[in-house]
Ligand binder design. Structure first.
Ligand code: NAY
Length: 290
C-alpha cells in the first residue's frame, strides 16, 4: 500500500536535447532522489509531462521506475488520459508493474457532465484491483472536486491529490472522508495543508529538495510553528522565482544543476534563455543551506 504520510516527488521525465525519452537518465534520477530521502514517487504527472508522452513512453517510464525502486518506496502512477480506454490500459499496466496506486486527472477538452466524469473514474476503478487517487487540479482541467462529489464515497477511491490553493475545500474533504489520504499538491502550501488535514505531499520541487519538505513536516509535528514557517518561507521564495521563469523548465534546470541532466521540457514548452538560467541559478544557490 502507499504511505499515508510521505513526501513524494512528482518525478521529472528526462529527455535528450532532441526531445527523446532518456531512460538511462531516468534510472539515475530515481536512484539520486532515493539517496536524497524521497519517500515515494508519482510518475507521468504534470511535472513528468505525462500528457506530452505517448502511450508506449508512459509504459516504458513505469517499467523503468518500478524496476529501479524495486519496491523500496511506493510508486503512484498517473494514468489520466483523454479517453477511458487509454486510462484503463495504463492503469492495468501500472498494477502489473507493482504500483501502490494510480492517480488520474479527470477527462479534459470536451465539457463532460459530472456523471460522465464519475463514469470515467468508475470504469477505471472497476478494471483494476488497486486504489485510485483523484487528481484534483482545477487550474488545468477546469473541473473541481469537493466533498459533495459522490464519486469520493467510492471505497476504491483511496485518496485525493489536492492541487488547489483552496484549503477550506481540503479541510472539508478530510472531515467528510477521514479514511482517505489527502495529498497536498502545491509545494507552496505544504505546511498549511497539514493544518487542514493533508498528511502527504506530491510536488515538483520535491525532486530538488526533498529534505526541506521533511524538515517542514518535522517542525509541524512537534509544534514548532516558527521553525516550520521559516523553512516554508525559504521554500516559497525559491518557488516564486522558479514560477517566474516557468516552473517545469526551471525546476528541470535545477535538477540538471544538481548533477542529473534531465534535459529540457518537451515542446511546446520553450527553452530557458541564458538570462533565465541565471535567475534559476541564483534562486537555487539560496537553497544550498539546506
Ligand atoms: C504533478 O502532477 O506533477 C504534481 O503533483 C506537481 C504538483 C505541482 N502543481 C502544478 C500545478 O504543477 O508541485 C506543484 C507545483 O509545480 C508547485 O507547487 C509550484 O507551483
Amino acid at each position: 500500500p502507499f504511505r499515508e504520510n510521505g513526501v513524494y516527488s512528482a518525478l521529472f521525465t528526462p529527455f535528450t536535447d532532441k526531445g527523446e525519452l532518456d531512460l538511462l537518465k531516468l534510472k539515475q534520477l530515481v536512484r539520486f532522489e532515493m539517496n536524497q530521502g524521497v519517500e515515494g514517487f508519482y510518475c507521468c504527472g504534470s511535472s513528468g509531462e505525462g500528457l506530452l508522452l505517448d502511450q508506449s513512453e508512459r509504459v516504458a517510464i513505469v517499467e523503468t521506475v518500478a524496476s529501479e525502486i524495486g519496491g523500496t518506496v511506493p510508486l503512484i502512477v498517473h494514468t489520466g488520459s483523454l479517453g477511458t480506454k487509454e486510462a484503463i490500459a495504463l492503469s492495468q499496466h501500472a498494477q502489473k508493474c507493482g504500483a501502490a496506486a494510480v492517480s488520474l486527472i479527470p477527462p479534459i477538452y470536451y465539457h463532460y457532465s459530472q456523471k460522465e466524469v464519475a463514469g470515467y473514474y468508475e470504469d477505471v476503478v472497476n478494471a483494476i484491483d488497486l486504489g485510485v487517487i483523484v487528481y484534483n487540479i482545477p487550474q488545468f482541467t477546469g473541473i473541481s472536486f469537493s466533498k459533495d462529489n459522490t464519486l469520493l464515497a467510492n471505497e476504491k477511491i483511496v485518496g485525493i491529490k489536492h492541487t488547489s490553493m483552496n484549503l477550506y475545500e481540503l479541510e472539508r474533504i478530510s472531515q467528510a472522508f477521514p479514511e482517505k489520504t489527502i495529498f497536498n499538491g502545491f509545494d507552496e502550501i505544504w505546511l498549511y495543508s497539514m493544518a487542514a488535514g493533508a498528511t502527504a505531499t506530491i510536488g515538483t520541487t520535491v525532486n530538488i529538495c526533498p529534505k526541506v519538505f521533511g524538515l517542514i513536516r518535522e517542525a509541524f509535528l512537534k509544534g514548532d510553528m516558527a521553525e516550520a514557517q521559516a523553512i516554508q518561507h525559504d521554500l516559497n521564495a525559491f518557488i516564486e522565482s522558479l514560477v517566474r521563469t516557468g516552473i517545469f523548465p526551471s525546476a528541470k534546470y535545477c535538477m540538471t544543476l544538481q548533477g542529473i541532466d534531465v534535459g529540457p521540457c518537451r515542446k511546446p514548452f520553450d527553452l530557458l534563455s541564458g538570462v533565465e538560467k541565471g535567475h534559476v541559478e541564483q534562486a537555487l544557490a539560496k537553497m544550498h543551506k539546506y
